[in-house]
Every structure is written in C-alpha cells, then in structure tokens.
Design a protein around this ligand. Sequence first.
Ligand code: SAM
Length: 256
Amino acid sequence: MRSADLERRTRARLAAAGCVAADEEAAILVAEADDRAAVERWAARRERGEPLAWIVGRVEFMGRTVHVGPGLYVPRTQSEELAARAAELTPRRGRVADLCTGTGAVGASVRAFRPAGTVVGTDLDPRAAVCARMNGIDAVVADLDAGLAGGAFDVVCAVAPYVPTGALRLLPSDVVSYEPHVALDGGADGLDLVRRVVAGAARLLVPGGWLVTEIGGDQGVPVGEALAAAGFGRHDFWSDDDGDLRGVAARLDRRP
Ligand SMILES: C[S@@+](CC[C@H](N)C(=O)[O-])C[C@H]1O[C@@H](n2cnc3c(N)ncnc32)[C@H](O)[C@@H]1O
C-alpha cells in the first residue's frame, strides 16, 4: 500500500473513532512508524483513546519537541501562554522552580528562552522526573516545593492539578480513562494544590519574584485572596481567546 493510501485509510479510521484532529494525527502516525504493521498497531491504540503523545513518545510545545513518557500528563497547548509569561518574567540569569513539572515542558521552554538561567523541576511521579530530565530539566521527586531552598528563586511556575473532583467526569473520556488523575484532580474546588503552590512560592521566591500558575473556571477570586494573604501584591490574570480564565502571574511583595 502506498503511504498516501495508508495515511488516507488511517485518517478515516481515526475520524470514525471520533478523533478531532484525524488529518494531523494520521500524518504523524504514518511519518513516525517504521512500517505498515506499526501504523496499524498505533492506529488501533489511538482508536481506543490512548494519547497520541504516548504512542509516538513526543509532542510539540512552544515550537520544540518534548519527550513524553508513557503514563504522563501530556503538555497542553493552552499552557504555552504560561510558559511564555514565565520566560518573559525570568531575568537573564534567573533561577526558576517549575513545580508539578510533569514532562518538564514548561521548564524546558523557559530554559530555552533563558539559557544562562537555571530551572529546577519537582514532581511526585518518579516517571515524570525521569522524563523531565530527558527534556533537559534538573528534576527531582518531591511534593511541590519540599526540599527546595527558600528565598532562592526569581520565578516559580506551576501547572498543578486544578480540576474540581466533581468536574473530572466532564473531561473528554480518553483524558479521564488514560491520563493520571493525580495530574488533574485538584480536590473539592480544584484549588487544594494551587493554594499549596501559592504558599510554597511565597517561601521560595525572592521579594519582587513572580509566581506564574495555571487556573481556570471561577477560580480567580479565591486564588486572588490566597495570593494577597501570602504577600503577593500585583496579580495579572489572563484568559484564552474564548475569554476563559487560564492563569495568573503574581509578584511577591514580602516574604511570609
Ligand atoms: C497538570 S500536570 C502538569 C505537568 C506539566 N507542568 C505540564 O504542564 O505539562 C500536573 C503534574 O503535577 C504532578 N503532581 C501532582 N501532585 C503533586 C505534588 N503534590 N507535588 C508535585 N507534583 C505533583 C503530577 O504528577 C503531574 O505531573
């Protein structure tokens, strides 16, 4: 079978399985697989809902290829804005802590923008720490900021789990079935981890340093309150093109 026919057939299979980006994904599967049998096996995995990034082992993030190990949260395009903001806020030789680093996609993007700086990542999942290291991040297995030195960072960034437990069932079914719930579930109002990130960032940052963290839904008010209570004076919220809240950058005025 010619590769154009194989791609057309794969595209039709993926579209029939409900894949919204069947064109793009079929092209990637055909380009990356060693032979036709591998395309068939990979298409079958994708039909069952397994993330494409696990199948081919990579994803594009901020124009760079990021290695994605099996079982890990797949970096989202929506987090590129956070990575860009964190990079802009990082001084040339800045020190950055990427809490909940996952594959290290955010930290690696900051590092690419500020090569003279340093980025440390933490994640509870040892597989994530291994993967983040493959992506060039000095990553350790740790609970958020545990073990990192206080007052030693210019920027803290975090895409922590922030989906309210009750809203997990509203996520796409392949996300719920495949991606680790520890990467998604933020507790009753989604903010269990984010509140701890705010407290941890207040400990880690130098005065004048920035926390850049992803949030969503109606989390702006409670997160603004938590930031103010922790000593963050300025809060710059941002939204996506649909007007939905996506994150906040906040500057630490005083250390607790
Ligand atoms: C939503 S994913 C984000 C990963 C990555 N920053 C990205 O944007 O692709 C959240 C990550 O937080 C990690 N995580 C969850 N609870 C944690 C904790 N208490 N301390 C450190 N990492 C945690 C999960 O293992 C997962 O890799």
